[in-house]
Unconditional design. Structure first.
Length: 367
């Protein structure tokens, strides 16, 4: 709507620019402004001569009369427009006005329909800026690629291109660029870690053996490099080495600055590993100690829910754990409390129903 309003204003301005000269009245017969000014200047000059004593009052009248005579003669000799000429000019002006009013909008709309894009949806200015930036980036990459096609041993070009490939999501090309950069420009921690990260992206986020070796090589060159330390910890997490991964992530978090952008990601991994760490530790215990540890965890969960209430997920986990441990009386009591707590929540009661069925299969009866 705004666009069409702008178009209407522009068209009105164009029409006004054509009609404005046509609306000005034509000059008619009579003395021109220049001739009138000339006469006034002559009379003022005569009056100054009289004031200076060059002319007498009688000579002043004669001089003014002479100026008037010349003026009347000039007016008499100036051609005047006939009524017929004025009528013809008026018709021409009206015709030109009609053409301007009709042709300018028609020509403008026809040109826009041929050269414009009226079928395209409106795009926010920020999107157009993003498209322009992406286009500029692709053009720059194309120029560097064309240069490297003719000069493949230009290590500086590969070094520039590698991180750009990563930003564009072209991880396979980034692996190739980082490999060429290391070969031609020499090895350092940033290039080695960049190559390893590109390998991780190429494998769908999995820290492969090759990528892990490259990260460890980067840490030998720069032991505190955050990117390499993060992916080494991630490799431990992906391998199921929870305690090792948690220790590595905590060390990385301890060395972080307040404004480091990767801190929230590391915190997320730490929280996840902390939830899994007790289960892993319990699984390593001997059978007797493992059962005792599990019972202690379940008792701790029951005490917390008794004090703080908890969510439906916590209550479901408690009842299920007690059923697995064979503590049916405790499971029945916890289920009864959960039903009372969530009696107005149909969704929560639906999640408790399978647990009630499991308890009803035994000799214990629900009230």
């Amino acid at each position: 709507m705004v666009l069409w309003l702008v178009f209407a204003l522009m068209m009105g301005a164009a029409i006004l620019a054509v009609l404005w000269p046509l609306s000005r009245p034509l000059s008619v017969g009579g003395p021109s402004t220049g001739e009138k000014s000339f006469v006034k200047d002559q009379i003022r000059e005569i009056e100054r001569d009289v004031a200076r004593g060059f002319l007498s009052p009688a000579e002043k009248d004669v001089a003014i009369a002479e100026v008037g005579r010349r003026f009347l003669k000039a007016v008499a000799n100036e051609p005047s427009k006939s009524p017929a000429q004025g009528e013809l000019a008026l018709r021409r002006r009206r015709a030109a006005s009609a053409v301007a009013l009709s042709m300018i909008p028609l020509v403008s709309l026809a040109f826009y329909s041929l050269r414009g894009s009226p079928h395209l949806p409106a795009a926010p200015f920020s999107d157009r800026l993003a498209d322009t930036a992406q286009m500029d980036l692709q053009q720059a990459v194309g120029r560097v690629e064309a240069h490297l096609a003719n000069a493949p041993e230009d290590g500086r070009g590969w070094t520039i291109l590698a991180p750009i490939y990563m930003r564009m999501g072209r991880s396979d090309d980034a692996v190739r660029a980082y490999t060429a950069s290391i070969r031609l420009e020499g090895d350092n921690a940033a290039r080695r870690a960049g190559l390893a990260e590109a390998q991780v992206m190429s494998s769908g986020g999995l820290v492969t053996a090759d990528a892990l070796e490259n990260f460890k090589a980067a840490l030998k060159l720069e032991p505190k490099l955050p990117k390499a330390r993060y992916y080494v910890a991630l490799a431990a997490e992906q391998d199921g080495r929870v305690a090792e991964a948690l220790s590595l992530f905590r060390e990385l978090r301890g060395d972080a600055g307040q404004d480091d952008p990767w801190v929230p990601t590391v915190d997320t991994h730490i929280a996840k590993l902390q939830r899994n760490a007790p289960a892993e530790a319990i699984a390593r215990l001997p059978d007797a100690e493992r059962d005792e540890a599990i019972r202690g965890m379940v008792a701790g969960l029951a005490a917390r829910l008794e004090a703080d209430g908890g969510s439906i997920e916590d209550w479901v986990r408690l009842v299920r754990s007690q059923i697995v441990l064979g503590a049916r009386a405790e499971a029945l009591a916890a289920l009864t409390k959960a039903r009372e707590r969530f009696k107005d929540d149909e969704t929560a009661l639906a999640r408790l129903a399978p647990l009630a069925d499991a308890l009803q299969s035994s000799s214990d009866k629900l009230p």
